[in-house]
Design a protein around this ligand. Structure first.
Ligand code: NI
Length: 134
């Protein structure tokens, strides 16, 4: 059985790498390279997978919510992803990289009986990134 729980957070970022010139960055990242950054209202879907227990559930919703709040939302909501997250330092804060980072943040303190199965992040109405976890 799989449960997907949905969360939301707002954060800003700028896509830029020191490995490229400013012209190359502008070409590669387009509007997302604008010097002063921009924000997104991200939707984070966390999926867990496992057997249904005697209570008829995969996982206690409050326990999952508390873990996501402590490990992720409290650290990313209303933050600047270029400088406020140590885990993303030195990386371009694309939503692909953010998905890997959020998976690691969750796995670090994962104590739930069900397994973390997927992290999915919608950045805009047109872009959704899915990371299936091992
Ligand atoms: Ni963006």
């Amino acid at each position: 059985m799989r449960l997907t729980r949905r969360y939301r957070f707002a954060a800003s970022h700028r896509l830029n790498t020191d490995a490229l010139t400013s012209d190359e960055n502008a070409r590669l990242y387009g509007k997302c390279n604008n010097p002063f950054g921009h924000g997104h209202d991200y939707i984070l879907d966390v999926s867990v997978e496992g057997p249904v227990d005697a209570s008829g559930q995969i996982v206690e919703r409050q326990a999952l919510d508390a873990l996501v709040e402590q490990q992720v939302l409290s650290r990313v909501d209303h933050r600047n992803l270029n400088c406020d997250l140590a885990e993303l330092k030195g990386q371009v804060p694309t939503t692909e990289n953010l998905a890997f980072t959020i998976e690691a943040m969750l796995q670090r303190q994962w104590t739930l009986p069900a397994r973390l199965a997927r992290v999915r992040i919608s950045e805009t109405a047109r872009n959704t990134f899915e990371l299936e976890t091992k």
